[in-house]
Design a protein. Structure first.
Length: 243
């Protein structure tokens, strides 16, 4: 894979449901912090830059990974996923290529899956390529709306029609962006929503309005894209790893 890649890892969340004083990404899975799994995967694709976006408990995270050869960006306060990348923009400064966005609490993502994402974006000249998952019960997850191979919208479950709710393909929250599009579109995003936050998912609408292609790569094993929010989920994932 010859693409130039930068990786941004979301690690600013408080992880309230973990019921621990540690930042969520420092909670241990099989004796290692969650973030260490994601960093190892990121490093294995040999990116030009890795930026970890920190917020809650940032001193602990920065200290734990002070020798990790990564840059840190601070998101304080936390105003949404797109706001996190806006805060990382300076650390990514001057980069041109694919910006891959990962979550610090999704430890099982594989390098091969990220490579597929980057390759699909390059092959199709997409503005965004999204890692998607198909679930029998998509529940409250945002639905992927397609027109053929192209993704034309991401619809939150609460805003979806009955027809859209029948869609089983969902957004994993893992992306590869064309950096030129990303840095431009971040300047055009707004926070006109109930939470008053800036969301990466809104960039799909911007790309489509610009006439740019948005594509998806379906994750072969949905366990790769599982996030962790509770200690029960840590226990379940330890069982998965042990299988």
């Amino acid at each position: 894979m010859s693409a130039k890649i930068a990786v941004a890892i979301m690690a600013a969340g408080k992880g309230t449901r973990m019921k621990t004083n540690l930042p969520k990404v420092l909670v241990k899975l099989k004796g290692r912090p969650l973030l260490s799994y994601v960093l190892d995967t990121a490093k294995s694709i040999v990116p030009e830059k890795i930026v970890v976006i920190v917020g809650h408990g940032r001193e602990k995270i920065m200290n734990a990974f002070k020798d990790a050869d990564v840059k840190f960006a601070v998101q304080e306060p936390q105003l949404g996923t797109a706001h996190a990348i806006i805060m990382a923009k300076e650390a990514l400064g001057g980069f041109s290529g694919d910006v891959v966005i990962l979550s610090g609490d999704v430890p099982l993502i594989k390098p091969e899956t990220i490579k597929k994402l980057v390759e699909k974006r390059a092959e199709t000249s997409s503005a965004i390529t999204i890692l998607t998952i198909t679930l029998d019960d998509a529940g409250a997850y945002g639905r992927i709306i397609r027109d053929g191979d192209a993704i034309v919208d991401l619809v939150e479950a609460k805003d979806a029609t009955d027809e859209q709710l029948a869609v089983k393909e969902i957004n994993s929250g893992i992306y590869s962006f064309d950096s030129v599009f990303l840095f431009d579109a971040l300047g055009r995003i707004n926070n006109k929503n109930a939470q008053g936050e800036y969301y990466l998912t809104d960039l799909v609408k911007i790309a489509v309005a610009d006439g740019r292609l948005v594509t998806g790569v379906e994750c072969d094993d949905h366990k790769e894209a599982l996030g962790i929010n509770t200690m029960d989920e840590i226990a379940k994932m330890e069982e998965l790893i042990g299988e």
